[in-house]
Design a protein around this ligand. Sequence first.
Ligand SMILES: NC(=O)c1ccc[n+]([C@@H]2O[C@H](COP(=O)([O-])OP(=O)(O)OC[C@H]3O[C@@H](n4cnc5c(N)ncnc54)[C@H](O)[C@@H]3O)[C@@H](O)[C@H]2O)c1
Length: 254
Amino acid sequence: MNQFARYPSLEGRHVFISGGASGIGATMVEHFCEQQARVSFIDIDDVSGEALAARLTGQGGEVHYRHCDVTDIQQLRAVIEAAADEWGPIGALVNNAARDTRVPLKELDVETWDDLQATNLRHVVFACQAVFAGMQAAGGGSIINFSSPSFLRRSRDISAYSSAKAATIGLTRTLSRDMGDAGIRVNTVLPGWIITERQKALWWNPELEKQVLENQSLHQRVQPEDVARMVLFLAADDSRMMTAQTYIVDGGLV
Ligand SMILES: NC(=O)c1ccc[n+]([C@@H]2O[C@H](COP(=O)([O-])OP(=O)(O)OC[C@H]3O[C@@H](n4cnc5c(N)ncnc54)[C@H](O)[C@@H]3O)[C@@H](O)[C@H]2O)c1
């Protein structure tokens, strides 16, 4: 039996998730389907995106995968419009797509910096802009932006990503004011260290994990599901008066 919350306000709600083909994004796609939301998600990994959509559709979910590279703002605007044409205004937007590329300071060049701002920050504001009119007409909505504790922990060699993720918090707070008159809430979520396939392939090793778990107040792995449940709450009406805030799900690491 599932011991976790069910949110009636999410039933039938149109939720749009970027970077939903793998990692935390895929877990969120699955969790919103379980809540009987209508889930539109985008990614550049078509093989994983289509497989996930097919599996969840087979289980009775209402879910639609579309290819979109979030660094292409024209394409992003077009897929958001296509999603709204299919299932009506987006009620919850989750800006999750990102790439945590590490570059030592002495190797950082202008192209890499700009590329990482485009992958980790620029799309967030334009996705918010693209859903604004629909949410306003519907009387409100909820936006969840993804940041990272990497800048709080002063992680090495990750200045471009960390700067984008720090800026996401400032952007969220500013947009909460710009969009609040329309009843739109905007919040940020910071996951702790979640060992997704990418983390496992690139950075994970047993010593590092031991160190991280020792430094957490709760000495267990933080799972993608732990983050997804926070996002469900923020997308649901249960959090109706919560906006401009930052929520850290890291087992007490920072
Ligand atoms: N995993 C962690 O430990 C951790 C820690 C802190 C913050 N975060 C944040 O959580 C969010 C999810 O992270 P994750 O670990 O699941 O990442 P991930 O790398 O496992 O998955 C990211 C997804 O985004 C997609 N993506 C990447 N670039 C894209 C682009 N240009 N256009 C469209 N899709 C693109 C990828 O294909 C992938 O499916 C990110 O915003 C990340 O910064 C993760």
